[in-house]
Design a protein. Structure first.
Ligand SMILES: Nc1ncnc2c1ncn2[C@@H]1O[C@H](COP(=O)(O)OP(=O)(O)OP(=O)(O)O)[C@@H](O)[C@H]1O
Ligand SMILES: CC(C)(CO)[C@@H](O)C(=O)NCCC(=O)O
Length: 318
């Protein structure tokens, strides 16, 4: 791997799947039947063994990190003789289109919501900060959706800035994959958040001008307490993208409000061609030009294999 080039030196600790999976045994971690049922409801292709062996230890590690972060905040307040409001803990989840970010984020939310302190966990996608199609069309960016210039970065930064300033109630736009656009008038409400999982292609990017207030060039990563990069080989992700398109073609794309309704009548072979073209023209180049290179900024890198099973986990040593 790129980072392990300096002989045996690497700032990352690498755990194989087997080493990682053992953590749930060593630490007596259990997933309840209710959690499994809820997770299955999220996505029926999710393997329960994977939840226990991979995502449960991941959620537990995050819990440990959040506790230490909150402790540090409290200790600092004691030192300063202040009683400031606690602000939410923000996790960034980065990776390619179709690598599994939203599935992973929703799974983590389910596991975290059952913790004994019952944190209020929100999943926010950076898609909420895509410019509406009307703006993208005007700027000639309809074929650049997902590229840095397709996001309203100042609005995203302002949202994070407000969260980390202690705002307890926020409303943000919603993006519909079905309508392929921001939904006018529809908002996602973030009320009294304890944890926010921010998932998106761009959470570790440092491009663009994230100006807010009088501060220029703020990055999303300035507001993250922990960052995770979900990694897999492009050939596998491309296949998952095409498979998801095939499933959508048989289901959601048929709905009258679907932007891609014209694709619902395609044969499986034609759909394969269309999805491949979209991947090769947009999502693949975006992965290579803008997303992949942010990997080594993450605290944790979770590497998936062809079957979606996690193969290894890399963790920054400090
Ligand atoms: N752990 C997993 N096990 C099995 N299937 C999975 C897993 N994670 C994701 N998938 C499948 O892979 C596809 C892509 O997943 P998902 O929609 O979560 O990706 P994403 O990274 O959020 O994509 P986008 O950037 O387009 O929103 C979906 O069809 C999903 O069902
Ligand atoms: C909205 C994004 C950018 C990210 O979720 C992606 O799903 C997307 O729409 N990409 C553009 C090309 C495509 O239609 O897949």
């Amino acid at each position: 791997m790129q980072m392990a080039l300096l002989g045996s030196l690497s700032p990352y600790l690498e755990l194989t799947r087997e080493e990682w999976a053992k953590l749930s045994d060593y630490n007596n971690l259990e997933v309840t039947e209710e959690e499994l049922a809820e997770i299955r409801g999220l996505n029926e292709t999710l393997d329960p063994e994977e939840v226990r062996d991979v995502y449960l230890p991941l959620a537990s590690l995050i819990r440990l990190h959040r506790r230490a972060t909150v402790e540090l905040f409290r200790a600092r307040n004691t030192f300063l003789r202040r009683r400031d409001l606690e602000v939410p803990y923000i996790i960034g989840l980065a990776g390619s289109v179709a690598v599994g970010k939203s599935t992973t984020a929703r799974m983590l939310r389910t596991l975290m919501s059952s913790w004994s302190d019952y944190p209020r966990v929100y999943v926010v996608s950076t898609d909420a900060f895509l410019y509406p199609n009307s703006v993208l069309e005007e700027r000639g960016l309809m074929d650049r959706k997902g590229f840095p210039e397709s996001y309203d970065l100042p609005a995203l930064i302002k949202f994070l800035y407000s969260l980390k300033s202690g705002a307890r109630h926020l409303e943000i736009p919603t993006y519909s994959h079905l309508k392929y656009d921001i939904v006018p008038g529809e908002r996602q409400v973030i009320d009294e958040p304890d944890i926010v999982i921010l998932e998106g292609l761009n959470v570790l990017q440092t491009k663009g001008d994230g100006q807010v207030a009088n501060m220029k060039n703020l990055y999303v990563s300035d507001f993250l307490d922990l960052s995770i990069y979900l990694d897999a080989r492009e050939e596998h992700i491309r296949r998952w993208y095409i498979e998801r398109f095939q499933i959508l073609r048989e289901t959601a794309l048929r709905r009258p409000e679907s932007y891609f309704r014209k694709y619902a009548s395609l044969s499986p072979e034609e759909a394969e061609v269309v999805a491949s073209q979209v991947w090769d023209a947009i999502n693949g180049p975006n992965l290579r030009e803008n997303i992949e290179k942010t990997k080594w900024h993450a605290d944790l890198i979770v590497v998936k294999g062809q079957d979606h099973r996690v193969r290894s986990v890399l963790m920054r040593k400090i």
